[in-house]
Design a protein around this ligand. Structure first.
Ligand SMILES: [Fe+2]
Length: 261
């Protein structure tokens, strides 16, 4: 009799645990579905057109996302030009904070909103406002892109890197997700045009991009998307690069990385 009771008790216990797991799974499913529904919701269309650059390439251009009227470059230069602060253009690095001018020889300036949280000066306000203006408009197109490919939520956003290329300057071929950095999707914005050269070239897709001011390009970051920034021939090219990942899991503070294009 006691053996039967024990057996029943074990079976009941197993059934109870299975039911708990099933319920937890249901709840998780609801949570994930809820999060995804929220993530895919677009607050406002911040672009005029969205188009895949070549069929099946996964390289998309969203036009008029960051138009000239936003004065992005002027706003950055205003802050950097002022000698009263610590913001400056630095020689661009690659990989683990290495200077390799034969590989990449532009200048850049990157910041996250959290980097400037302590700066209560007018410059801090200006950078915060710029960040928010840019991020809101970027976020909408990232949601649109992730919805097209069922990528899901990209919770980790690397600091946006403002990059400036003068004549002769370039970035050799590389892909964005590699030994020194993890990312799923790369976002490259072009707040200005009016320079010669400086095309963004994807070798495997044989796609050469000569952006218009306001364009934002999104593409997969992995090894199938090696790309290079061709040398600028005349004028100044500005780009803004943001790398996105699913979570903070692979973004330890001591590891830094290239952000480019
Ligand atoms: Fe890149």
């Amino acid at each position: 009799m006691s053996d039967v009771e024990t057996t029943e008790s074990v079976e009941e216990e197993r059934a109870r645990r299975e039911e708990e797991i099933r319920k937890a799974g249901e709840e998780e499913k609801v949570n994930v579905n809820h999060r995804l529904t929220e993530w895919y919701k677009i607050d406002e269309q911040t672009w005029s057109t969205a188009q895949e650059v070549a069929p099946g390439s996964g390289i998309w251009v969203y036009r008029d996302v960051l138009p000239k009227e936003m004065d992005i470059v002027q706003r950055i230069e205003e802050v950097i030009d002022d000698p009263e602060n610590d913001y400056f253009w630095r020689e661009a690095m690659v990989g683990y904070q290495m200077k390799m001018p034969e590989y990449r020889d532009c200048v850049d300036f990157k910041y996250k909103r959290t980097d400037i949280e302590q700066d209560t000066s007018e410059h801090g306000d200006k950078l915060r406002q710029l960040h928010d203006d840019v991020h809101y408009r970027q976020l909408q197109i990232v949601k649109d892109y992730t919805r097209r490919y069922h990528i899901g939520e990209l919770r980790y956003w690397e600091a946006t890197n403002y990059v400036k290329y003068g004549p002769g300057q370039h970035f050799q071929e590389h892909h964005d997700h590699g030994y020194s950095y993890n990312c799923v999707v790369s976002l490259v914005a072009f707040p200005t045009d009016g320079y010669e050269g400086g095309e963004l070239f994807f070798r495997l897709q044989n796609v050469s991009i000569k952006p218009k001011a306001g364009d934002v390009y999104i593409f997969p970051s992995n090894f199938m998307y090696p790309h290079r920034a061709m040398p600028v021939l005349s004028g100044t090219k500005h780009s803004m690069v943001t790398m996105l990942d699913f979570s903070e899991k692979y973004h330890m503070p001591e590891i830094t990385q290239e952000t480019d294009s």
